[in-house]
Write a protein that binds this ligand. Sequence first.
Ligand code: URA
Length: 222
Amino acid sequence: MDGDKKKYFRQLEDLYGDEIFLSLNNNAEKFPTGLIKKDDPNRLSIFKDKIKNCLKCDLGNLRKNFVFGSGDPNASLLIIGEAPGEQEDLSGEPFVGRAGKLLDKMLLAINRSRNNDVFICNVLKCRPPENRDPKKEEIDECEPYLINQIDLIQPKLIVALGRIAGKTLLGVEKSLKEMRGVLHKYHSRSLIVTYHPAALLRNPNWKHGAWEDFKLIQKLLD
Ligand code: URA
């Protein structure tokens, strides 16, 4: 059996023990959330309980908390950052630091909040030491969780915050400038890329461009 197949069956085993679940839906076959009912109001917390003790990469041994993500399980807007920082690792919640406060303001400007039609999470669920960029092997282990989350939330639009989240999800080596303002696809869902709020704190001149992106987000959601 080749490496990818082994990895797939290992993931199945982690999630569901020795039961094999076969689905007619290709996406669900590759990233199984099959035994969790799509209309179960607790589906995200059930999934979180399945994966929160993950030790598939070294970050699992370093974390204080697994940062699954939080918000509205029926959200039409899914916001995806890069990875938890120090505050997020301590609290177990995504985007709780200064960048998170700015993100809250940006969401308010499009009449939303983190519990109202929005779910927020990250590509990586555990903090990389010193907030370094995620490594390929960490992304390879963690991204299936994100795809499962998308499968359970079924958002209308995904917004990737910052170059790292954008290029990771799109699988391209591009600048933020090249990725912004374009409607991309990620696992059959519409995706746009905008500035990371931490970058906006460092460069307030970029806020105008971010506001343009948020107007586009609002238009795509309406
Ligand atoms: N930066 C991120 O990308 N994610 C967080 O949760 C916090 C800061």
